[in-house]
Every structure is written in structure tokens, then in C-alpha cells.
Design a binder for this molecule. Structure first.
Ligand code: ZN
Length: 103
């Protein structure tokens, strides 16, 4: 059972293997994951019930101001430029809720 994350902690969730591969690529300056608490009690705590997880891959930064091109993300007092990627939640396999224990 995944625990709910506090703030931007990247240690309490189970992330798609796809993300882990991207985070390790050359040229990646930073990576952040969008996290949300489930709206319903039966919702998947890992993805917040959406069935998908999103990661922002920063290729440039940190900057004091947002860039005029690309996608910008503000995190801990700094701006980063990069792209968002999504993948199926590895805990619920895209169901968005926990109906059974899957191995
Ligand atoms: Zn999930």
C-alpha cells in the first residue's frame, strides 16, 4: 500500500519505470512529479485516482525568471524549463482505484 506523500517528497510513491529511465538521462537537470491526494477513499493513493502520473523533466535551469519559450515550472524558489510526460500508474495500472492487490 503506497503512503501519501508530503509536499514534493519523491520517496513515498511508486513511480513508473519509464520515469526512472528518463530521470537518469543525460542533460536532465531536475525532475518533479505531480502528486495529488485521491478524491475518494477507494482512490489510488499513488496517483491520486487519475490512473496516470505526470513528471516534469527539466532540461534547463534553475532560473530566477521563467523562460519565454518552452514549458516552465516553478519549484522551491526557482524556474525550470522542460517538458511534461505521463505514464500509467504502476500501482493501479490506470484503474485509478484499488480493487485488488496486483503483483
Ligand atoms: Zn494509481
Amino acid at each position: 500500500m503506497a503512503k501519501r506523500a508530503d509536499g514534493n517528497s519523491m520517496s513515498t510513491h511508486i513511480y513508473p519505470q519509464f520515469f526512472k529511465g528518463m530521470w537518469g538521462e543525460a542533460g536532465v537537470k531536475a525532475a518533479f512529479v505531480s502528486e495529488a491526494a485521491p478524491l475518494q477513499p477507494s482512490g489510488c493513493a499513488n496517483c491520486g485516482g487519475s490512473g496516470r502520473m505526470i513528471t516534469f523533466i527539466a532540461k534547463a535551469g534553475p532560473f530566477k525568471t521563467p523562460s519565454i519559450t518552452g514549458i516552465n515550472k516553478y519549484h522551491n524558489g526557482a524556474w525550470w524549463q522542460g517538458e511534461n510526460f505521463s505514464a500509467l500508474c504502476p500501482v493501479c495500472q490506470g484503474e485509478g482505484k484499488i480493487t485488488e492487490i496486483k503483483e
